[in-house]
Design a binder for this molecule. Structure first.
Ligand SMILES: O=P(O)(O)OC[C@H]1O[C@H](OP(=O)(O)OP(=O)(O)O)[C@H](O)[C@@H]1O
Ligand SMILES: O=c1cc[nH]c(=O)[nH]1
Ligand SMILES: [Mg+2]
Length: 210
């Protein structure tokens, strides 16, 4: 598993405002989109491309086009939806599929309650969006789901992760082509499975639920 933790003042600045409990939902939503755009730059480093030639007003230019089949972007509902706009801004030709997941706050086990993805993901590159990687249970379930459908590699973009969750994902995905791109790797999980210092419940903060 490849892990990349962004080390850039713009990312850290935006994350700092996102973490602040006084930041209201509209600002939180705007920042989540901006952050994913910055992280997507690294996450798409190995996106499949094919060579193309275009004609400029001066000469022929050899370049690249985002590959065929198109990458599949999968936001994990609810909170991952807050990252979708930023991702498709950067990769507008991507296909988008959805996975609805909720973590049982007593057992901390994830449950998949909705799915709208292509049946066959053979040979597809997938980009999973979820702001929080806490115990890792949700991301492991999402990655398993995509590989079971035939995906060949999965890159997850998360704004904040806990070391315990990152380790769990690493163990669970051994031997598979998995990349995790993070805005920050925080200190730990608390006794309720929340990331410390984290930002609280990302879904609630995005959508104003209290
Ligand atoms: O790593 P884990 O311990 O599995 O926790 C992380 C998950 O928890 C949050 O979703 P939540 O279940 O709160 O659903 P929501 O997006 O609808 O708020 C978050 O967006 C992740 O999907
Ligand atoms: O810190 C956490 C843990 C799980 N889900 C969240 O939204 N935040
Ligand atoms: Mg939530």
């Amino acid at each position: 598993m490849r892990v990349h933790v962004a080390d850039h003042p713009l990312v850290t600045h935006k994350l700092t405002v996102l973490r602040d409990e006084t930041t209201p939902s509209p600002t939180f939503r705007a920042l989540a989109e901006e952050l994913v755009t910055l992280l997507a730059y690294e996450a798409t480093r190995n996106v499949r491309v094919s060579p193309v030639t275009v004609t400029t007003p001066v000469a022929e230019a050899h370049g690249l086009a985002i590959g065929d089949p198109r990458p599949l972007v999968v936001p994990i509902l609810r909170a991952g939806l807050g990252m979708l706009g930023g991702m498709v801004k950067l990769v507008p030709t991507a296909e988008v599929g959805f996975l609805g997941m909720v973590r049982n706050e007593q057992t901390l086990q994830p449950d998949i309650y909705a799915e709208r993805l292509p049946d066959d993901l053979a040979n597809r590159q997938c980009f999973v969006l979820d702001p929080m990687l806490a115990t890792g249970g949700s991301l492991i379930a999402a990655i398993d789901f995509l590989f079971d459908r035939g995906a060949v590699d999965v890159t997850a973009i998360c704004l904040i992760a806990a070391p315990e969750g990152l380790e769990a994902v690493k163990k669970a995905t051994e031997g598979r082509e998995v990349t995790i791109v993070l805005g920050a790797l925080d200190e730990r999980l608390n006794e309720r499975g929340y990331i410390v210092p984290g930002l609280g419940d990302a879904g609630d903060r995005l959508y104003g639920t209290v």
